[in-house]
Write a protein that binds this ligand. Structure first.
Ligand SMILES: NC(=O)c1ccc[n+]([C@@H]2O[C@H](COP(=O)([O-])OP(=O)(O)OC[C@H]3O[C@@H](n4cnc5c(N)ncnc54)[C@H](OP(=O)(O)O)[C@@H]3O)[C@@H](O)[C@H]2O)c1
Length: 329
C-alpha cells in the first residue's frame, strides 16, 4: 500500500475532479503490475496495473488506494476489469464515497473476490482530502496560505511583502499552487503587489489554476496588471463568499487556495470556510507597525479563539512551514 500511495501521488495536480489513485498487483511474492490515475478522463489506476500484469493478474492480490469504482463514468467500471482478470483478492485503503461509483466492494464480494478495506486508511484519506471533502461537503476544499514574520506580520510597515520568505519556501508555494484548481486573493493584494498568481516552476508544463480576484467595489483595473495577462484565466468576483464557493464548485473547482491578504483571509476564517491552513514563517521581525496576518472583526477573548490542530512543522530552506487543520478534524 505504501507503494500504491506513492504511485497515486504522481497524478497530483492533474486528476481533478477525480481522486488520486495508485494500484499495485502482487502474485505470490512478486509485484506483477502497477499503475496510477494520471489525469481526469484517463484510465483508472486498476486498469493500468491490470494491463501491466497481463495473465499474471489471475489469482493475484490487487492493492489500491481507493475502493474500485462500480460505475460507467468516462471509463467503464474497474470492478468489471478486476472480475474479467480473475483476481482473487482486493485490498483497498479507503471507501469510495461517490454515490454513483460506490458499491465496488460489495459487487466484488458477491462475485467471490475477497475484499478488505482500511489498510493505511488515514494516509490515504489525507492524500485524497480534496476529493473526500468535496464528496462530503459539496463545496471546494479551501486551503489558506500565508507567509508571516516571526511576529505574525504579512507585510512591512511601508507595504512591501515580497519577499518575506526565502527561495525554497517560495518554490514550495508554487508547488502548492500547482496542486489546486484556483487561487483566491483580495483586491488589496492585487493593487499592492501586482502578483501574477501563476505556477512558475522550472520545467512546469501543467495547467494553471483559475485566478480569482475579490473586488466588490471594482477597484482593480481591467488591464495593465499581471493578472490580466493570458497566462491563466481570471475570475473577478464582486459578490460574497457563499456565492463564490457555489460558483467555483459549479465551474468544477474542487480545491482553492486563498493567498490573502489580511482582510480576505480573515473573512474566509470568520465564515468557517478554511479546511487547511499553511503558514510559512520567516525568521525575521517586522515590528508593531507592520501589517498583521488578519484584518477585520475578531473575537477579543482567548476563550473565544479556536485552537487549530498542528499537523506538521517542516524546515524549508531558512523558513518553517506549519500545516494545520481546523479544531476537531
Ligand atoms: N505575506 C503574505 O503571505 C501576503 C499574501 C497576500 C498579501 N499580502 C499583503 O497583504 C496586503 C493586502 O492585504 P489587505 O488586507 O489590504 O487586502 P486584501 O485582503 O488582499 O483585499 C482586501 C479587499 O478585498 C475585497 N473583498 C472582496 N470580498 C471580500 C470579503 N468577503 N471580505 C473582505 N474583503 C473582501 C475588499 O474590497 P471590496 O470591498 O471592494 O470588495 C477589500 O478591500 C498587502 O500589503 C500584501 O502585500 C501578504
Amino acid at each position: 500500500m505504501r507503494r500504491a500511495l506513492a504511485l497515486a501521488e504522481c497524478g497530483r495536480g492533474r486528476t481533478s475532479p477525480n481522486p488520486l489513485v495508485g494500484c499495485v498487483i502482487v502474485s505470490g511474492d512478486r509485484l506483477v503490475g502497477e499503475g496510477w490515475h494520471e489525469r481526469a478522463g484517463g484510465e483508472h489506476a486498476e486498469v493500468v496495473a491490470l494491463r501491466a500484469a497481463g495473465e499474471a493478474a489471475r489469482g493475484s492480490t490487487v492493492v489500491v488506494t481507493l475502493e474500485p469504482c462500480n460505475h460507467y463514468g468516462r471509463t467503464p467500471p474497474c470492478t468489471d476489469a478486476l472480475l474479467a482478470a480473475g483476481v482473487a483478492r482486493v485490498v483497498a485503503a479507503v471507501e469510495d464515497p461517490h454515490p454513483a461509483a460506490a458499491g465496488g466492494a460489495e459487487r466484488l464480494r458477491a462475485a467471490g473476490v475477497e475484499v478488505d478495506i482500511g489498510l493505511r486508511r488515514d494516509e490515504a484519506a489525507r492524500q485524497n482530502e480534496v476529493f473526500l471533502h468535496g464528496e462530503a461537503a459539496g463545496r471546494p476544499f479551501v486551503v489558506a496560505k500565508a507567509a508571516v514574520s516571526l511576529d505574525g506580520r504579512i507585510a512591512a510597515a511601508e507595504g512591501s511583502s515580497q519577499w518575506l520568505t526565502g527561495p525554497d519556501a517560495r518554490a514550495e508555494a508554487h508547488r502548492l499552487r500547482a496542486a489546486v484548481d484556483a487561487v483566491v486573493v483580495g483586491s488589496g493584494t492585487v493593487l499592492a503587489d501586482d502578483p501574477q498568481l501563476t505556477v512558475r516552476l522550472p520545467g512546469y508544463n501543467g495547467r494553471q489554476p483559475l485566478r480569482v480576484v475579490l473586488d466588490r467595489r471594482g477597484r482593480v483595473p481591467a488591464s495593465g496588471l499581471r493578472i490580466c495577462d493570458d497566462a491563466a484565466e481570471t475570475l473577478r468576483w464582486d459578490q460574497g463568499l457563499d456565492t463564490l464557493v457555489k460558483e467555483l464548485w459549479a465551474r468544477g473547482v474542487r480545491s482553492a487556495m486563498v493567498e490573502g491578504g489580511a482582510q480576505v483571509l480573515a473573512a474566509f476564517l470568520q465564515a468557517d470556510l478554511v479546511d487547511k491552513l499553511i503558514v510559512h514563517v520567516a525568521p525575521l521581525l517586522l515590528g508593531p507597525d507592520a501589517k498583521p496576518l488578519l484584518d477585520g472583526p475578531w473575537p477579543a477573548s482567548l476563550s473565544g479563539a479556536r485552537r487549530w490542530r498542528l499537523d506538521s512543522v517542516e524546515h524549508v530552506g531558512a523558513d518553517a512551514v506549519l500545516t494545520l487543520y481546523p479544531p476537531g478534524e
